[in-house]
Design a protein around this ligand. Structure first.
Ligand code: SAH
Ligand code: AVI
Length: 325
């Protein structure tokens, strides 16, 4: 009898993978939704890097400016031999600013779900910083994972830039902060980037840019489901929506069906009404006070913060206040 190679190796078939389970659960829920962590396959990670260069996407520029302007103060906070652990490291561009100015950083541990990009960026960073221990962890940062034993003698500084924390629901952000405190341990520091509430016009443009790159990033999710799960989405039959929901203080991204249609996903028929959407991402916007309250309620105490001159983006330094078991 011919046994498929993946059965012989007990690997899950595409239909049994966590990705397939999440996609089926999301597309059979009402309203339909998909988790944003699945944006970041190889194509999605490259598209995100293009987003960061867009004139409308101010977030990256603002945060880079804050880090450049205040890295000397950050270096005074990170003053003992430490490991820098970055959650969702992507291009590692922001970590490089800290590495250049903070001699106390002896190890860099980038954690990312996008494994190809993670491997590439870690290898390049190691070449550029031969004396630094670069220890990449391909993982979902919301799940438990172990830090490398080789950093056990170092203090821990977490780094969570980019406003990636905004992609969590507020209760998930609180759970993540507890989880980070558990992973980083007693006495740890966490440097977090967060996007601040601002005029709706600026937010709408940042998530629905004129060149259509954010639309491509959003629609790539359907192409990924086709590629990896053998679905038959026609991405042209969906359109990108990105808008600020003032009441909920979040930018929402959706994929709206242009017509009534049925799509086959993992052997299931998924029906769409014309105009029905798949909710693909929330990007919550905070005030300094609302984020401070969230952090204080989640095992952390804000000890320093900086914003850009326009007050659009904020970098906060948090100190672990309790040992979370
Ligand atoms: N830190 C970079 C990249 C931010 S983009 C910056 O500030 O520019 C968000 C990054 O988080 C992506 O690289 C993505 O692959 C990663 N990511 C998103 N959800 C994740 C998850 N659940 N676990 C691990 N990495 C995740
Ligand atoms: C990674 N994350 C913080 C981005 C954001 O702004 O919410 C992802 C993104 N979505 C659309 N554009 C960028």
């Amino acid at each position: 009898m011919n046994v498929p190679a993946r059965m012989a190796r007990h690997e899950p078939s595409p239909e049994e993978s966590p990705f397939a389970r999440d996609v089926i659960a999301g597309l059979t829920a009402r309203p339909k939704r998909l988790p944003p962590k699945y944006f970041y396959d190889e194509t999605g990670s490259k598209l995100f890097e293009r987003i960061t260069e867009l004139p409308e996407y101010y977030l990256t520029r603002c945060e880079l400016a804050i880090l450049h302007d205040h890295v000397a103060e950050i270096a005074l906070i990170i003053d003992v031999k430490t490991a820098l652990i970055e959650f969702g490291s992507g291009s590692t561009r922001k970590a490089r600013i800290l590495l250049a100015a903070c001699p106390a950083i002896e190890a860099y541990v980038p954690v990312d779900i996008s494994s190809e990009m993670l491997g590439r960026e870690a290898a390049q960073l190691q070449q550029d910083h031969p004396r630094l221990k670069v220890l990449a962890i391909p993982a979902d940062f919301t799940k438990p994972f172990d830090l490398p034993s080789t950093i056990s003698d170092l203090a821990r500084t977490g780094f969570f830039p980019g406003s990636t924390i905004g992609n969590f629901e507020p209760h998930q952000a609180a759970a993540f902060l507890h989880h980070a405190a558990r992973i980083l341990g007693r006495g740890a520091t966490l440097i977090v980037g967060l996007d601040l509430i601002k005029d709706a016009g600026i937010l709408n443009a940042a998530y629905d840019d004129a060149a259509g790159v954010t639309a491509k990033f959003n629609l790539n999710l359907l192409a990924r489901i086709n590629r990896e799960l053998g679905a038959d989405f026609n991405p042209d039959a969906f359109c990108h929506q990105g808008f600020y929901n003032i009441e909920r203080r979040r930018v929402e991204m959706h994929l709206a069906s242009r017509k009534r249609q049925t799509v086959k996903v993992c052997g299931r028929a998924i029906d769409f009404r014309a105009g029905e959407t798949i909710h693909t991402e929330n990007s919550y916007k905070y005030t300094i006070e609302s984020f401070g309250a969230l952090a204080r309620g989640s095992g952390w105490s804000p000890v320093a913060l900086w914003t850009d001159p326009k007050g659009w983006f904020c970098v906060q330094v948090l100190l672990a206040t309790e040992q979370v078991s």
